[in-house]
Design a protein around this ligand. Structure first.
Ligand code: SF4
Length: 475
């Protein structure tokens, strides 16, 4: 994933706005970050840093004195370093992107055949996706036409922000609106942001949320539409259930409230089915499981507690090493148990989702070793059956990394993979088999998944407008 922020003012320095606005996207990426500014006299200035082990703010605070400008953009990225500075027939400009290009190899080949004979490659040997997007934009005579060209050619999704050499911003939401792009406005300027809360703290008010594929040009005082939004949207459901920040609103739906409703719905469904377990405490797996658990606790009238607390002073959220075993170790070190809430207790945990299950297995073992009497698990979304192909969403490299798919393979081999929809539905025989098999493997006393209906009702948008590919495999 990743997040971005940009601002343009009538003349006031935007350096601090862009610094803090970008910092507020740190929950969306952990790999690299960059800031670029444009100043009438100085032109462009840029800094990029690796933020794998150090948070954005710490890495960039010493650079602030170098920057000047009334226009600037900043990016937190999980993949390629950006923003990039580009020179083409469209002039010099800075560009940053969020998304994924599944057909990068074909696009690079087609560009080689046309007009371009080289790309810089990163140490991984890959072409930077943002550079590839710029090459597609540069094939046309204007930024708007270039962005449309890129959106049409890319298989995946791509939101784009450009800062021109006139000190203007051009913002485009990805063609199907999988991720949000918000425009904020204040007396002396305008901004563009993935997260709306990033600018409200800086004195901007929400002006509009771009529609799918919409393109706008922002000056300090004007927001001019360069391309109208498309009529189809598939916004990512995981924005609400997992990676969106609690105070964020997307398409008018608040993340924290959606999670309460989602937890309430799960509990209500269990009350209706008569499967609500008798537990001492309901708890959330920190962080995003907690609000789902609050909702579950409220509706089930079972006491909410925190048998685990996170040790946050020295483990910033952004510290996410690439190595999976180190990540697991960090996750383990961060979570501290509260012995008296565990020993001899029957506990029900709600997690935002169950992906590979590796960490969960260790947590459950630890709970039993710490004297828990029973451990029940609830997932705030249905079983994940497909890896995301629209965003750089690191939830598994292949479908068979996913716990549910591995279990189906164990249960029925290749035949099972033909009945995924049935396995995903806990009310069917295969769905029940999957629950029992995972319970046994992971050592849960009971397991429940939120239904797709429950999840979509909790989001509350028109169902057609929400991407549920992770669960259904349907585009
Ligand atoms: S496939 Fe899943 S993670 Fe990807 S956009 Fe759709 S709902 Fe979101």
């Amino acid at each position: 994933m990743g997040g971005f922020f940009g601002a343009v003012t009538t003349g006031r320095s935007v350096v601090l706005d862009v610094f803090f606005g970008t910092d507020y996207h740190s929950h969306l990426g952990t790999n690299s970050a960059g800031l670029t500014f444009w100043d009438k006299e100085k032109g462009f200035s840029k800094e990029l840093h690796n933020i794998t082990n150090t948070p954005f703010r710490t890495k960039f605070e010493n650079d602030l004195y170098k920057f000047r400008g009334s226009c600037g953009i900043g990016c937190i990225s999980d993949t390629d370093p950006q923003p990039m500075l580009v020179k083409s027939q469209l002039g010099v400009y800075a560009i940053m992107t969020i998304g994924i290009i599944n057909n990068a190899a074909e696009l690079i080949d087609s560009i080689f055949k046309k007009d371009h004979n080289q790309f810089m490659v990163m140490s991984s040997g890959k072409v930077n996706s943002t550079e590839l997007v710029a090459a597609l934009i540069n094939q046309e005579e204007s930024f708007a036409e270039g962005i449309k060209n890129a959106q049409k050619a890319i298989d995946g999704s791509m939101s784009i922000v450009i800062m021109t050499s006139k000190g203007e911003l051009i913002a485009a939401r990805d063609a199907m609106g999988r991720t949000p792009v918000h425009i904020g406005r204040r007396e002396d300027g305008q901004c563009v942001s993935f997260e709306s809360f990033a600018y409200t703290k800086l004195g901007y008010e929400s002006y509009k949320e771009l529609g799918p594929g919409e393109i706008v040009k922002l000056t300090a005082t004007e927001c001019k539409q360069l391309a109208a939004p498309g009529d189809k949207m598939k916004i990512c459901a995981f924005l609400w259930s997992y990676y969106g920040y609690p105070n964020s609103d997307y398409e008018g739906v608040n993340v924290e409230l959606m999670r309460y409703h989602n937890g309430e719905r799960m509990a209500q469904d269990e009350i209706d089915r008569g499967t609500l377990p008798d537990v001492d405490y309901v708890a959330g797996v920190p962080d995003s499981g907690v609000p789902h658990a609050i909702g579950y606790s409220t509706r089930s009238r079972k006491t909410f507690a925190r048998p685990f607390v996170k040790y946050t002073p020295t483990w910033p959220r952004s510290f996410m090493p690439n190595d999976q075993s180190v990540r697991n170790q960090v996750a383990k070190m961060k979570q501290l148990p509260v012995d008296r809430l565990i020993r001899g207790k029957k506990l029900l945990f709600v997690d935002d989702s169950i992906v590979r299950g590796t960490q969960l297995r260790e947590t459950v073992e630890f709970l039993y070793e710490s004297g828990a009497k029973e451990v029940h698990m609830r997932s705030a979304c249905p079983p994940i059956m497909y890896s995301c192909k629209y965003l750089n969403f690191s939830r598994g490299n292949s479908d068979m990394d996913l716990l549910a798919r591995r279990m189906i393979q164990e249960l029925e081999g290749a035949e099972g993979q033909k009945h995924i929809a049935e396995y995903a539905d806990s009310t069917t025989r295969r769905g029940q088999c999957l629950l029992s098999a995972i319970c046994e493997k992971m050592g849960f006393d009971s397991l429940g998944y939120q239904s797709l209906d429950g999840l979509l009702d909790s989001i509350g948008l028109d169902r057609e407008k929400v991407c549920t590919y992770c669960w259904t495999g349907k585009e």
